[in-house]
Design a protein around this ligand. Sequence first.
Ligand code: BG6
Length: 490
Amino acid sequence: MYHDKLDSFPPGFLWGAASAAYQIEGGWNTDGKGASIWDEFTKIPGKTYQGTNGDVAVDHYHRYQEDVRLMAEMGLKTYRFSVAWSRIFPDGSGKVNEKGLQFYEDLIDALLANQIEPVLTLYHWDIPKSLQDSYQGWESRQAIEDFSQYCQVLFHRFKDKVTYWVTFNEQNVFTAMGYRWQSHPPNVADVKRMFQANHVINLANATAIKEFRSIVPNGKIGPSFGYGPIYSYDCQPNNVLAALNGEEFQNHWWLDVYVHGKYPKVTFRHLERLGIAPTIEPSDMELLQSVKPDFLGVNYYHGGTVRVNDFNTSSTTNVSTIDKSFEATDPYLMQPKDEQAQNPEKTMFTSVANPYLEKTKWGWEIDPVGLRIALRRLQNRYDLPMLITENGLGALDEKTNQGTIEDDYRINYLQSHIHEIQQAITDGVDVIGYCAWSFTDLLSWLNGYKKRYGFVYIDRDDQSEKQLARIPKKSFYWYKKVIESNGKIL
Ligand code: BG6
């Protein structure tokens, strides 16, 4: 579809940027905070790039006022951040830590004082360690109750200040990385356990939304899903079928549950045959069907291309195209094990590189049109307003001799993606906002501090925290103009 003239971004469009607690806050045990599973995992030798961790991160916990001042200077309309559960409940449940709550209240008040709409993420991957230790975290149904208690505390405290709430960030990513690929905590490699934990998280998501309806009747809540559209490698019918399988297995498996309260039939049947489908108790589906999100949070970085697996070619062919000096940490690129039940997708599809797309230094395909495709597919299938909760470029930014950061490549990346959002809006898709990842540079979970995403450079590296000075990059001033003009000047 070609448009002679693009529609304007709607008035009130939420131009924003995003972050997550563990990646920016630091102060990992300050003011009564308990440990999360990430505080422990990053200390296991060999798990993160050069042993980097979030103990200090970019020290947002102590410098949030300076960060909010920069957001205000940029004219940000919205800011998405996550709450660290272990700041509120150091032991995961039981006694509330008032200092932790106060930190978020101060942050929210600072945002509101600058007319910046907070978007609060309840869970960005950091379940309290004590819950992992005492009952294996998301593998136990007890986590549903504890998560609900934690959410209720936040709902009550911030119901008059926060309108937009995100339940889970990228459930598809943290379950795969944590329970299958052993590259996130809890460091498990067991697909059956992954699907079971995932089911418990679905129930926790539904329970939290149910509570939300009575406590924050005027608020809006939804999950943030890591969505990548799946393409068929070509028009060979078996490859088209493989892409159908891929879309269902990688995306609908979560999204259908969030929105329609049911698992996609074909994938469920496939997992049952392999003996790895989640165990569902009698009232589970009723609970899942009793709630619906108000919006879909969409995290978009790239999609995937698949074809039918001929069992002669390794499904890791695209790994060879990555610059070997960077670790491949993408779930799509990890080498699967041999056993059928450990590789449920093997008979459904196999991932291949897309010959039309360039890649970042970390091997992530750059595909702005994929974002329009994503938005179109999601609108068709789920028909909910969409908030883009993440999108951005990880790059090796360098300071010039003048101390500036000339990140034109990031501007190009963001510009091309925002342009595709405008195309989608013109197509008729309901997009309510765009949060670039990220506001400041931050800790990339597995890739340390040198993989930078921010509009604001943080003067620290993997070895040293230095002074943690904040330096707006060229993209900061560019985005400021985009916001000022409501997307007219891109
Ligand atoms: C998303 C996460 O998956 O991707 C973020 O929600 C993360 O927390 C971002 O930082 C970029 O990933 P990475 O691996 O480049 O840091």
